[in-house]
Design a protein around this ligand. Structure first.
Ligand SMILES: *[C@@H]1O[C@H](CO)[C@@H](O)[C@H](O)[C@H]1NC(C)=O
Ligand SMILES: *[C@@H]1O[C@H](CO)[C@@H](O)[C@H](O)[C@H]1NC(C)=O
Length: 258
């Protein structure tokens, strides 16, 4: 793991470089290390909502929907469900479901054992909290909403959370999962039967977390303007939900159709 430290530092810098301050209370007062980076410093006492810091847990959607998208965010990723993957993807799924007069909602996977009111930082210690929360949430939602279906989404370390969480689910629970969507978290071979054939793995060129060491847009490029990573994933989810068995997909380009 130590050998990865420089890579992780670069990754964190790259993640931070992409993140603004979605919460107005997170006032950026100083930018450190302008290149690569920057690493942001937040106003004292308001640091909990910035990149690399724990973000408040929520919003937890109340009630039932036809489809619930559980998102395990990437390490140090800010935003209510995750700025690079969760928020933009869930927004598209809700949009695409609405066109069919159907409901969808996003659920932020809890991943901090230190303070249950916070989701992150997602580090190795918090990993198992996220894994447990996936199983807890699915169990509770099936009980409350017998017809509900799920999609599991994981970005970066969040993908590992989902890959591990599947091992804790019963066959009956797995039947309710119509899609697994990975971003920057391998090629989908970590997802086992029966979910393997319902998995789309997004791996941009240069994404080291997919084992791709070429030069390319890389690990934090999934929400870049002009790309269709999230539109395509949403299409995958909605089509899977409606019985179209698309099989395992590995997407390496930002714009090719499904
Ligand atoms: C910002 O802080 C104020 C005062 O503490 C609080 O009422 C408000 O809800 C906060 N806004 C957000 C988006 O967290
Ligand atoms: C959705 O509902 C509206 C209003 O009832 C209806 O006009 C439309 O045809 C429905 N669309 C679909 C795809 O069912």
């Amino acid at each position: 793991m130590l050998g990865y430290a420089p890579v992780l530092a670069t990754l964190l810098a790259a993640v931070n470089a992409q993140l603004g301050a979605p919460n107005p209370n997170c006032t950026v007062v100083e930018k450190l290390v302008p290149n690569p980076g920057p690493f942001y410093m937040f106003e004292p006492g308001k640091a909990d909502c910035g990149a690399g810091w724990a973000v408040p847990f929520g919003p937890v959607p109340p009630g039932c929907a036809k489809l619930e998208v559980l998102v395990a965010r990437g390490t140090s990723e800010s935003g209510p469900i995750g700025q690079i993957v969760g928020d933009p993807l869930v927004a598209r799924v809700i949009r695409d479901m609405k066109k069919l007069n159907e409901t969808a909602q996003g659920y932020p996977v809890q991943a901090s054992h230190v303070d249950p009111s916070k989701q992150y930082p997602a580090d190795m210690l918090n990993f198992i909290t996220g894994v447990t929360d996936v199983s807890k949430r699915i169990t509770a939602q099936i009980q409350a909403c017998p017809d509900i279906k799920f999609a599991l989404v994981g970005y970066s370390q969040g993908g590992s959370v989902m890959s591990t969480a599947q091992l804790m689910l019963s066959a009956e629970q797995k039947e309710k999962i119509i899609a697994v969507v990975l971003y920057g978290s391998g090629d989908g071979t970590t997802i086992l039967d029966p979910l393997k054939d319902r998995t789309i793995a997004n791996c941009a060129v240069g994404d080291f977390a997919c084992g791709d060491l070429q030069q390319g847009p890389g690990h934090t490029s999934y929400n870049e303007r002009g790309t269709i990573w999230h539109d395509r994933s949403s299409q995958y989810i909605v089509q899977q939900l409606h019985g179209k068995a698309l099989g395992r997909k590995i997407m390496k380009t930002p714009n090719d159709p499904l």
